[in-house]
Design a binder for this molecule. Structure first.
Ligand code: NAP
Ligand code: ZN
Ligand code: ZN
Length: 357
């Protein structure tokens, strides 16, 4: 269902499981009392967008305007808005509303609200399907908007809104922010490279576990990882067995997890954030022996998102980005699908609207 009454918006939508994006004009909701209207400047391309537009999770509600790593400028605020004013630089992530009354919402974990409203391909409380940040404007309640610190470059900051908080929040929650502890990062993509950066900023020993031997040098030299393991090399994996306090698994495709669990120390913590459509295989003895722990994590709360942005600003952390115009988006998505991005595409949305000379 479409919304009526609001501003006509230019977006880019997938119409079917080909995932091909093309222009799509639709109407945003008329801004309410507590709404912030945001002109989108940059929007990151998360692998979740790819899963959704190609209907890999079986939940696409076409037309789908993807995009949930938004950085933009506030152009207007409703009369009830106290957090923001026109001209502020702000961010919007994976979700744009929640019930604000359930246990999760009341305890600062609104990212786990059963009625969470996703930024894109979600069901809004007005019954409309939500459309994401691959569009010139978004309208979001103030509680779900965060402030982007001044010293962060806006293109490199956009991926923090999803990739950044998705790794920062569980590292904090599970004490994997402790100097000297050993963190394994599985999959060196958008999420993975952020985990390396946060892990190093926390003072940890960080080992990348990758299926791409070609990423070894830049993982060590440019991203500052301490070690690099090729997940398909049993000899390399064996040497590191039992050495890690925690592992964050960001892999987007089906993969064996038993060799990863073997890397953990007894009682070590694995956190799953990658969301392949194929179920992971978890034999009981892989976690019983050694009392190993496996948890999932879904993005982070708004407070965690703000804390992550402030931490990133203090430590000069941004994503390594390839900035593109929307005219390149279908090629970018093909490249993302074949693991050919170092490490995040970010669309210059405002630049894509400018008339070509
Ligand atoms: P990405 O940039 O494509 O990175 C995924 C990485 O996984 C790749 O760089 C690659 O790293 C590895 N990989 C890909 N195919 C593989 C295969 N067949 N076998 C082994 N490794 C493979 O994706 P992303 O944006 O970081 O997202 C990663 C996953 O997290 C996606 O499934 C996404 O939907 C999910 N996600 C979850 C949350 C959450 O809240 N839980 C939030 C955002 C995204 P190497 O080349 O180093 O092996
Ligand atoms: Zn995402
Ligand atoms: Zn709730």
């Amino acid at each position: 269902m479409e919304q009526a009454g609001g501003k006509m918006t230019l977006g880019w939508a997938a119409r079917d499981s080909s995932g091909h994006l093309s222009t799509y004009i639709f109407s945003r909701r008329a801004p309410g009392e507590d709404d912030v209207t945001i002109k989108v400047l940059f929007c990151g391309v998360c692998h979740t967008d790819l899963h959704v537009i190609k209907n890999e999770w079986g939940n696409a509600m076409y037309p789908v305007v993807p995009g949930h790593e938004v950085v933009g400028i506030v152009t207007d605020v409703g009369p009830g808005v106290s957090k923001f004013k026109a001209g502020d630089t702000v961010g919007v992530g994976y979700f744009v509303d929640s019930c604000r009354t359930c246990e999760s919402c009341s305890t600062g974990h609104e990212n786990y609200c059963p009625q969470l409203v996703l930024a894109s391909n979600g069901a809004g409380f007005d019954g409309a399907t939500t459309q994401g940040g691959f569009s010139d404007v978004v309208v979001v309640r103030q509680e779900y908007v965060v402030r982007v610190p001044e010293n962060l470059p806006l293109d490199g900051a956009a991926p923090l809104l999803c990739a950044g908080v998705t790794v920062y929040a569980p590292l904090m929650q599970y004490g994997l922010n402790t100097p000297g502890k050993h963190l394994g990062v599985v999959g060196l993509g958008g999420l993975g490279h952020m985990a390396v950066k946060f892990g190093k900023a926390f003072g940890m020993k960080v080992t990348v576990i990758s299926s791409s031997p070609g990423k070894r040098e830049e993982a060590l030299d440019r991203l500052g990882a301490d070690a690099f393991l090729v997940s398909r090399d049993p000899e390399e994996m064996k040497v590191a067995a039992g050495t890690m306090d925690g592992i964050i698994d960001t892999v987007s495709a089906g993969h064996p997890v038993v060799p990863l669990l073997e890397l953990l120390k007894p009682m070590g913590q694995m956190v799953v954030v990658g969301a392949p459509s194929k179920p992971l295989e978890l034999p009981a003895f892989a976690i019983i022996a050694g009392g190993k722990r496996v948890a999932g994590n879904g993005v982070g709360s708004i407070a965690e998102s703000q804390a992550m942005l402030d931490f990133a600003a203090d430590h000069g952390i941004t994503a390594d980005v390839e900035v593109i115009l929307m005219s390149y988006i279908n090629t970018a998505i093909e490249r993302l699908e074949r693991n050919d991005v170092r490490y995040r595409f970010v669309v210059d949305v405002a630049g894509s609207l400018a008339p070509v000379a």
